[in-house]
Design a protein around this ligand. Structure first.
Ligand code: SAM
Length: 249
């Protein structure tokens, strides 16, 4: 059960729907017959029950209960099947990279870019990485302001990567890579910056400490590192509680 609860919520949600559906198939095989809407209700109740058991949060549970009714409502609708595939592909291209690591797509404010600039030493050859660079705002900005430095963005969602790549194309000192931040060696960077979510912070901090050299800097936008105290905390405009946490290694 502990193993199950460690799965990303999206996988737990799919598993709950699949198990609820399997139970209904078993009932149908036993010869039970109900009106269509009752089957849908049973699927929703089963999925909600299993989702609670799997420790999904109330927002997920609400969606789990609504999903069977939504599917039922769209079932007979004259919507071509390719639309669903296109929607799924679009969502995967924009949000897929952060799905399993539970990192949504949102952006640092311009104020955060400016304050980030103050935290990046103005030295020739300095190497900076944005781990999960989104649409590339911080990398593009810093590359323009610090022509002597090298600015790298790593992004796992293909469409998001493409936008960042196009945005940084005119800047010869900005490089946007498609791939996982977990497969990015931090050893060559002087400053690593991340704006992710609370979930990956312990593992990311362990990675930074393992790979980054003494004297380098790790900056987390807004999310604490459990058990570590930042040397500086700089409030930034934008979302409530937005701040840059600066850890000098
Ligand atoms: C909150 S956005 C931050 C965007 C940008 N760094 C900023 O400060 O404005 C986080 C980004 O990290 C990406 N991401 C999540 N997990 C990732 C991973 N394992 N590897 C690379 N990128 C990832 C997401 O796709 C998303 O675009």
């Amino acid at each position: 059960m502990a193993l199950l609860r460690r799965l990303p919520p999206v996988l737990r949600a799919l598993l709950a729907q699949a198990l609820a559906f399997a139970a209904l198939v078993a009932l149908a095989r036993l010869g039970l017959r109900f009106p269509g809407l009752v089957w849908v209700l049973m699927q929703a109740v089963g999925a909600v029950f299993l989702s609670r058991w799997m420790d999904l949060n109330p927002r997920w549970i609400l969606m789990q209960g609504a999903l069977p009714f939504l599917v039922r409502a769209l079932w007979g609708a004259a919507v071509p099947a390719w639309i669903y595939l296109a929607l799924f592909a679009a969502l995967a291209l924009v949000f897929g990279g952060g799905l399993l690591s539970r990192v949504p797509l949102y952006h640092a404010s311009r104020d955060a870019w400016e304050k980030l600039e103050d935290l990046v030493p103005d030295q020739p050859g300095l190497r900076f990485v944005d781990l999960g660079c989104g649409f590339g705002g911080p990398v593009a900005r810093l590359a323009t302001r610090r022509p002597e430095g090298i600015f790298v963005g790593v992004e796992a969602s293909p469409f998001t990567w493409l936008v960042a790549w196009l945005r940084c194309l005119p800047r010869r000192n900005a490089h946007i890579r498609l791939g996982s931040l977990w497969r990015t060696d931090l050893a060559g960077f002087d400053v690593a910056y991340a704006f992710l979510s609370p979930v990956p912070m312990p593992a990311l901090w362990a990675k930074a400490r393992r790979e980054m050299r003494p004297g380098t800097r790790f900056i987390s936008h807004s999310f604490d590192v459990p058990g570590a105290t930042p040397q500086r905390v700089i409030p930034v405009k934008g979302r409530e509680g937005a701040r840059l946490l600066v850890f000098d290694l």
